[in-house]
Design a protein around this ligand. Structure first.
Ligand code: NAP
Length: 238
């Protein structure tokens, strides 16, 4: 098991990509703190992990709330004494042309996708720096390499996340902490449920494929770092 003895914090762990990442890291031996707002969903993921012999901790968390995010890091540290990996997969998307978009949607998307990830990084970094070891994986999107009309707020949040991650990666380079962005193309998750014209699900990536890429980033030898990885469905759907 590639992550035996290690500890991971995964946000957005209740469903979709975050859930798949949490389950995959746990299968590789990591103890995983599961964060999202919905406790019942987290309980379901924790059940799946523990039934398979893994270790999981349910920590209902709204990543928009600084105090809640700090409590999440404290819980993981109190339980297991270290944090080796943070995967920021909490996120949301709504789509509308800029002229029709609602300011509240902009605020919510930036608060979760960008500010929430920043808060989570800040919460675990002191432990990672003290350990001189850690991997942060921020889940980005193909929208930073291919332009998608109607996605301005979401695209702005993911460009923000990418820029933030690049700066943080440089700042952490001498501390033994790796920071990378895993930019995924269309992935078949509940994120698409509310969208009337979603692309064909069977042509999207599966969450377990994104999880496999996250595992790769988290398990590279410590002297190597995968800072930007774009994973796309091969079949033309982005
Ligand atoms: N699906 C795709 O095609 C795709 C492609 C590229 C990148 N991504 C990115 O991948 C990440 C995960 O997306 P997904 O497709 O897996 O979405 P999803 O299935 O809708 O899952 C989103 C997760 O984020 C959590 N979340 C939302 N708001 C939160 C908050 N304020 N605090 C804590 N957790 C929160 C949700 O739980 P609660 O609602 O219970 O809080 C849920 O667990 C997002 O950053 C998304 O932008 C997705």
């Amino acid at each position: 098991m590639k992550l035996a003895g290690q500890v991971a914090v995964v946000t957005g762990a209740g469903r979709g990509i975050g859930r798949a990442v949490a389950v995959r890291l746990a299968r590789e031996g990591a103890a995983v703190a599961l964060a999202a707002r919905s406790a019942p969903e987290l309980d379901g993921v924790a059940g799946e992990i523990t039934q398979a012999g893994g270790r999981a901790l349910v920590v209902p968390t709204d990543v928009r709330q600084e105090a809640a995010v700090e409590a999440l890091a404290r819980r993981a540290l109190a339980e297991w004494g270290r944090v080796d990996a943070l995967v920021n997969a909490a996120g949301l998307a709504t789509f509308a042309p800029v002229t029709d978009s609602k300011l509240d949607d902009w605020d919510q998307i930036l608060a979760v996708n960008l500010r929430g990830a920043v808060l989570c990084c800040r919460a675990v970094l002191p432990a990672m720096i003290a350990q001189r070891r850690g991997t942060i994986i921020n889940v980005g999107s193909v929208v930073t390499s291919r332009t998608l009309t109607g996605s301005a707020a979401y695209t702005a949040s993911k460009y923000g996340l990418l820029g933030f991650s690049r700066v943080l990666a440089e700042e952490m380079r001498t501390h033994g902490v790796r920071v990378g962005v895993l930019s995924a193309g269309a992935t078949d998750t509940p994120l698409w449920d509310a969208m009337p014209a979603a692309p064909a699900r069977e042509r999207m990536l599966r969450p377990d494929q994104v999880a496999e890429a996250a595992l790769l980033m988290a398990t590279l030898d410590p002297n190597a770092t995968l800072e930007e990885l774009t994973l796309l469905p091969a079949g033309g759907i982005l």
